[in-house]
Design a protein around this ligand. Structure first.
Ligand code: ADP
Length: 485
């Protein structure tokens, strides 16, 4: 097991088929959040290494773009198989650097493989059109072509699966890529390099650089060879990347922050709602962009819901992700814990009541207790800001209209959830919520078949679904004239 892990734990960057160190020889330490101990290092690369990676991707694009859709589909299917063959080892590596439970890591790696398989299938369906021509002697074709070199920047919360939604469609379309994984969790990203090599993607098709986010990001955004930036992370950094990419008019896909509301109506199946709430709140210790940020519960079942949610949250087993049966691992670092504490202090100062949890876990480090706060009010910080931690603030509402208004009162628009037993209400609320994704009586909804993406300041574009390919393809209109018909 350990030997296999070290095979995937690459402490080097992949540029043009070579595993290399930073020009300066400098490295960044990678820390296990469960122990605070160093796992290893990765190169601290900057602009020069990134430029070489982009040039390698551009060179590789010249031939990769000419491969047939079937060839790329077969390579992606092999990649899917390689991921699944190594699911346990890759999951262990993910837990080591990220902290989430092994169960969740296996799920994430499985999800990565599922996205790759989906895009292996979609690769063969990038159809164009033959459009009825207004001219008797001309024909109109519309074709799809890969955009070119794609830059992918990914976050630490899903270091494996976020890449599958970017590399999957990029490779399916015939693009080449330069990837920058988050510095906290680089190994799961670098492992994609080892896997792509293993299954036979040509050198330079996938390049991976780690290091200074600012320097690497600047090069990726300003280098004219890069035709598309795909990013998952904070809205703040996303806005900056859009601005920087504007000078070379790159395509951009942005999966940014969320502020997911979770509405529970009096007519809901309460136990189902609580079960969904636990999954939608505490998965990955609350560190996902689709995690519930605000619960809105109708007054008739408010007390019962709070009681059941608190009860269920207390049962969650907190510990090192590698230990058996653990459901909630540590937060990514102590800074994240301090941020969670600020949210709680603010809520308590404004009259919120801690019903369960509320403090650092007895295990120490960056472990935090799953927390439920009742009496949440709209002047509390979590009304507007993303918590990214295991706190469940519960607001009370009276009417459907009021619940929709409060749920929409945010600049974000990624995921939202609601529970009701009334069909008419289900449609009214679904249509009233200004979000890119809606779970009706479901707390976990992500799947490769469906388009994942936000509206408002939560992002641009979709990942997954047939829509997930479109941003990696240029549309070309071809007019064939002089046919003499
Ligand atoms: P979070 O830390 O919440 O995941 P960030 O937006 O800070 O969100 O980070 C997401 C990714 O963006 C990471 O890979 C990070 O290294 C990268 N990043 C951070 N700052 C920059 C930047 N200035 N340019 C490019 N990438 C950046």
């Amino acid at each position: 097991m350990l030997q296999k892990t070290s095979h995937f734990m690459r402490q080097a960057n992949l540029i043009n088929g070579e595993w290399v160190q930073a020009d300066s020889g400098q490295t960044i330490d990678v820390i296990n959040p469960a122990t605070g101990l160093k796992i290893g290092t990765v190169p601290k690369a900057g602009g020069a290494e990134t430029r070489r990676a982009i040039e390698a991707a551009e060179e590789a694009f010249k031939s990769f773009r000419k491969t047939s859709a079937l060839e790329r589909s077969k390579l992606l299917r092999k990649l899917h198989d390689a991921i699944m063959d190594n699911q346990d080892v890759l999951a262990e590596l993910l837990t080591l650097e990220q902290g989430k439970s092994l169960t969740e890591s296996r799920g994430e790696v499985g999800s990565s493989a599922a996205y790759v398989l989906w895009f292996a299938e979609e690769a063969r369906r990038t159809y164009g059109d033959v459009v009825p021509s207004p001219w008797a002697d001309r024909r109109i074709l519309v074709t799809k072509e890969p955009v070119g070199v794609v830059a992918a920047i990914t976050p630490w919360n899903f270091p494996s699966s976020m890449l599958s939604r970017k590399l999957g469609p990029a490779l399916a379309a015939g693009c080449t890529a330069v990837v920058k994984p988050a510095s906290q969790t680089p190994y799961s990203g670098l492992a994609w390099g080892a896997l792509c090599e293993e299954v036979g993607f040509p050198k330079g098709v996938v390049n991976i650089v780690t290091g200074s986010a600012g320097e690497i990001g600047d090069e990726l955004c300003t280098n004219p060879l890069v035709k598309k930036i795909t990013f998952t992370g904070s809205t703040e950094i996303g806005k900056m990347l859009i601005q920087k990419s504007a000078m070379t008019v790159k395509k951009v896909s942005m999966e940014l922050g969320g502020n997911a509301p979770f509405l529970v109506f009096d007519d809901a199946d309460l136990d189902r709602a609580v079960q969904g709430a636990i999954a939608a709140k505490y998965r990955n210790s609350g560190q996902t962009c689709v995690c519930t940020n605000r619960f809105f519960v109708q007054e008739g079942i408010y007390d019962k819901f709070v009681e059941k949610l608190a009860e269920a949250s207390k049962k969650l087993k907190v510990g090192s992700g590698l230990d058996d049966g653990v459901q909630q691992g540590p937060l990514i670092d102590v800074k994240a814990v301090e941020k969670v504490e600020e949210f709680i202090e603010d809520a308590v100062a404004k009259g919120g009541k801690i019903v369960s949890g509320g403090k650092r876990h007895a295990l120490g480090g960056s472990f935090f207790e799953p927390t439920v706060i009742s009496g949440a009010k709209s002047n509390m910080k979590f009304m507007k800001d993303e918590i990214f931690g295991p706190i469940a603030p519960v607001f009370k509402f009276k009417t459907e209209a009021e619940a929709i208004e409060q749920a929409n009162d945010t600049e974000f628009g990624l995921a939202c959830y609601f529970y009701t037993g009334d069909l008419g209400r289900a449609f009214r609320v679904m249509e009233g919520l200004k979000y890119g994704m809606v779970g009706v009586n479901e707390g976990i909804i992500t799947t490769p078949e469906a388009p994942f993406g936000g509206v408002k300041e939560s992002g641009l574009g979709s990942e997954g679904g047939y829509q997930g390919m479109t941003d990696y393809l240029d549309t070309k209109y071809v007019c064939i004239g002089g046919l003499g018909l």
